[in-house]
Design a protein around this ligand. Sequence first.
Ligand code: E4P
Length: 214
Amino acid sequence: MKFFLDTANVDEIKRINELGLVDGVTTNPTIISKEGRNFKEVIIEICELVEGPVSAEVIALDTEGMLKEARDIAKWAENVVVKIPMTEAGLKAVHILSKENIQTNVTLVFTVAQGLMAAKAGATFISPFVGRLDDIGTDSLALIKNLRNVLDQYGYSTEIIAASIRNLKHVEEVAELGADIATIPGSIFPKLWSHPLTDAGIAAFMKDWENFTK
Ligand code: E4P
């Protein structure tokens, strides 16, 4: 299972990357806006920090605009991936970009049909949004499971990035269901290696050792 960091915060990326846990990074316009930095500069900095794919999203909503932005973004770094929204215009752009060997991540996927369309158009990655489906009371885990089955059944190499991850349980569940990647916010990542019983156990061992060596 691969882990991406769902952030544009360079300090978060550096911290978790030092543990050897970061296989890539995803961003979106909201995530970029939180950093208050120049889009291109921050993406280039992240691409230098991380060896794996770094997603940078287009803003245009029409195919021509998406292609113009995508071809520019693709020149920023070798490991940059262009994130494209799941629309008709987006599918057309993905199809053209795939023929130009530009890697794409189709975002805002909420159904198996959308994921299948994106894979067929030539997407390198698709991003089904787990948390946002949970928010509206839809079974997000069924989506991951069914996407896995459908892509495998028809032999698509498109990778599933489970996105909109909100808690530790989400990560465990999408891992069990066979998502290729979970993209995890910096605030959630430390929860993957922490447990209160680990902390309590360390404290008890330290106390007992202190009493023993007094
Ligand atoms: C990543 O590719 C997505 O843009 C991100 O996971 C969305 O997360 P959110 O639903 O918490 O905004």
